[in-house]
Design a protein around this ligand. Structure first.
Ligand code: DAH
Length: 382
């Protein structure tokens, strides 16, 4: 039992069970005028002691604790108030008023001591020796750096700029026309399906490739032109080798008398500049609706390349010594027509590559997910 409570209880004639020792059970008798004076003495004693007790508190918490001992649910003043019921009805009002008056004094005393404590704290703060804001930090701050995708994007863009291509930007939310229709996708092509692309309620979609930029550029720029379009693309794909969001770079060139030989020349140059001199390139016929002929491009496998430049074959290139890096082809005459360019007068080539794949081949990264987890231990290696 709280010693202070004992003190007040004693003055009130209450034992440690909270009972008046002379009034057990059914023999309880209402308090007498004597009891009234006991309450009075209790109040008087509290009135004398509460301020010194508050002032002795050295911290805000100690002050609050002291305050709770008096005004809290089980506090001393509350205990006195509970005795009120036993006082003769004629004197209750007067005692109640006294208790309330004391309560207000205690509250005011508490507030005043609280202000005083805070003022002292602030003074101590202000007079303490000041911080030296120019001291170096204890934990070294390491500088961040570019993500491998950004590094590779800049490298690829730099190679194409050296070859005379300029950057053309396009939006990630696209009209179906620019993403599919004008590129010669038939309306029922599986890529246009709800299962394969992200559609908005307004009938737009998140572009599924950067080939939309071909359409946008050809509709608004007069040939000749040579552009590169890096960007983010989206597909409903999510497994060990696919991510619903990834990056592509498109490159296309429109001029008079452009042939497949020009395309091959650009590809060979690109492979050499990005993957080293003598990197072999091969084209395999393939189908994309917006090119004719179309091809997939392989380069010599970067994983099993020997110091003499030969490839011995590995599981990553399925023991062929070649690994696929992009799709390409000669721009389809229908695409030219769709974009208002005369296919009799102009010809051109286009190519598109996934940046994640280019980065994985460039750095020998085995799993695409590493590029999206952003684990600092992985990223610090580039
Ligand atoms: N847009 C194709 C894709 O996302 C890649 C591509 C293939 C782009 C052939 C081209 C191209 O420009 O000629 O799979």
């Amino acid at each position: 039992m709280n010693p202070r409570w004992t003190q007040v209880a004693f003055q009130l004639g209450i034992n440690s069970n909270g009972e008046d020792p002379g009034t057990h059970g059914k023999h309880k008798t209402p308090m007498t005028d004597d009891a009234v004076s006991t309450i009075d003495r209790g109040l008087a004693s509290l009135r004398e002691t509460f301020l010194p007790r508050f002032r002795a508190a050295a911290t805000e918490q100690a002050l609050r604790d002291e305050n709770a001992k008096i005004l809290g649910k089980k506090g001393e003043l509350t205990a006195i108030l509970k005795e009120l019921g036993k006082a003769p009805p004629s004197s209750r009002k007067a005692i109640g008023e006294k208790v309330n008056a004391l309560k207000q004094e205690v509250e005011a005393g508490f507030e005043q001591c609280l202000r005083e404590l805070r003022r002292k704290e602030r003074e101590a703060d202000l007079s303490a020796p000041p911080f030296d804001l120019t001291l170096p930090g204890r934990v070294p701050v390491t500088a961040g750096h570019k993500h491998p995708i950004s590094i590779v994007r800049e490298e690829v863009v730099a190679v194409f700029r050296q070859l005379g291509f300029a950057v053309y930007d396009g939006p990630e939310i696209e009209h179906e026309e620019n993403n599919f229709t004008l590129l010669g996708f038939p309306p029922d092509h599986p890529a246009t399906d709800m299962q394969d692309s992200f559609w908005t309620k307004s009938g737009h979609l998140l572009r599924t490739h950067t080939s939309n930029v071909q359409v946008r550029a050809m509709k608004s720029v007069k040939p000749p032109m040579a552009f590169i379009a890096p960007g983010t693309v989206y597909r409903r794909d999510d497994d060990a080798t696919h991510s619903p969001m990834f990056h592509q770079i498109e490159a296309f060139l429109v001029d008079k008398h452009v042939t497949l030989a020009h395309l091959k020349g650009v590809l060979a140059e690109f492979a050499e500049r990005l993957y080293g001199p003598g990197t072999p390139v091969r084209l395999r016929p393939s189908y994309f609706p917006f090119v004719e002929p179309g091809a997939e491009v392989d380069i010599g496998c970067v994983f099993c390349k020997q110091s003499d430049g030969t490839r011995v074959g590995c599981s990553l290139c399925k023991h062929t010594g070649f690994i696929e890096i992009l799709g390409c082809g000669m721009i389809h005459p229908v695409v030219f027509e769709n974009c208002g360019i005369d296919p009799e007068e102009w010809s051109g080539f286009a190519l598109g590559m996934g940046l994640e794949r280019i980065a994985m081949l460039r750095y020998g990264i085995p799993n695409i997910k590493l590029l999206f987890e952003n684990d600092p231990r992985f990223l610090a290696q580039f």
